[in-house]
Design a protein around this ligand. Structure first.
Ligand SMILES: Nc1nc2c(ncn2[C@@H]2O[C@H](COP(=O)(O)OP(=O)(O)O)[C@@H](O)[C@H]2O)c(=O)[nH]1
Ligand SMILES: Nc1ncnc2c1ncn2[C@@H]1O[C@H](COP(=O)(O)OP(=O)(O)O)[C@@H](O)[C@H]1O
Length: 240
């Protein structure tokens, strides 16, 4: 893939809005009104991005522990690491399978990262958002920018390492990559960090608990946005 890091500020063109009212969640005049969490609410599309090794997976696991959130499992051409579970951590595919899916328009976004390809399958995300479930993507920066270009509703959160030294320590400590691949990931991390201002939020992952609190605060604030009130909820309020 030939995409490069984009020096221009992100544009957020509008995207066709899906029906905000899921059919199995019709608002009624007598139901308690809770615009932020109420029945006709479409799920949030939250995109967590940032360098490899910054702690995205660790944060996501803690953040979502007690929540019914849809985590989008990516496709990748990378080989599975020992302990990784096909169909849970990633859908591991060949280069040909990946390319065929990309050609068929099956990815919401996809990008090359240090010699391998990664992509977010489109279908399950639309389904989850429409039924009101929040969706979390955990992807690198080029892919996150593609999502931002396509979807004005996406909430983009950049996870910042406390320092590059600490990022190196985490990548080395995790010991999932060869030293050469760690260097390539760190090079990529420098480029990614320089793009941080293009995203809506930045969370520094120094203290894990505080960073998870920040993510929860973002999710809560985004749920309260007035623009997310659907017609169904408003009509329900005035119909009383
Ligand atoms: N664009 C894109 N990036 C992804 C996707 N899935 C994972 N990534 C990112 O690709 C990078 C490399 O992933 P991986 O090899 O699993 O390393 P790790 O995330 O550091 O454990 C990480 O920054 C991931 O967040 C995806 O579907 N699309
Ligand atoms: N706040 C933190 N403080 C110290 N170590 C952390 C923190 N967050 C994550 N880590 C560690 O850093 C390493 C990389 O985290 P990981 O979640 O795999 O990153 P990513 O998914 O972004 O590649 C792991 O060994 C993890 O335990």
């Amino acid at each position: 893939m030939s995409a490069t890091l984009n020096p221009e500020p992100l544009q957020s063109p509008s995207v066709s809005e899906c029906s905000a009212a899921a059919s199995d969640h019709a608002a009624s005049a007598t139901a308690p009104i809770s615009p932020a969490t109420g029945p006709a609410r479409r799920g949030l599309l939250i995109v967590m991005t940032g360098a490899s090794g910054v702690g995205k997976g660790t944060l996501r696991e803690r953040w979502l522990r007690d929540q019914n959130v849809f985590y989008s499992m990516s496709w990748t051409t990378r080989e599975a690491r020992p302990g990784e579970r096909p169909g849970l951590d990633y859908h591991f595919v060949s280069a040909d399978q990946f390319e065929a899916h990309a050609q068929a328009g099956g990815f919401l976004e996809h990008a090359e990262f240090v010699g391998n390809r990664y992509g977010t399958p489109r279908g399950p995300i639309d389904e989850a958002l429409s039924r009101g479930q929040d969706v979390i993507l955990e992807i690198e920066v080029l892919g996150a920018m593609q999502v931002a270009d396509q979807s004005s509703e996406a909430v983009l959160v950049f996870i910042m390492p406390p320092s590059l030294t600490e990022l190196r320590r985490r990548l080395e400590g995790r010991a999932t990559e060869t030293p050469e691949r760690i260097e390539r990931r760190l090079e990529r991390a420098r480029e990614e960090i320089l793009e941080a201002r293009h995203f809506r939020y930045v969370v520094v992952n120094d203290d894990l608990d505080r960073a998870v609190d920040d993510l929860r605060a973002i999710q809560r604030a985004e749920r309260l946005k007035a623009e997310r009130l659907s017609d169904a909820v408003l009509q329900g309020i005035v119909a009383e």
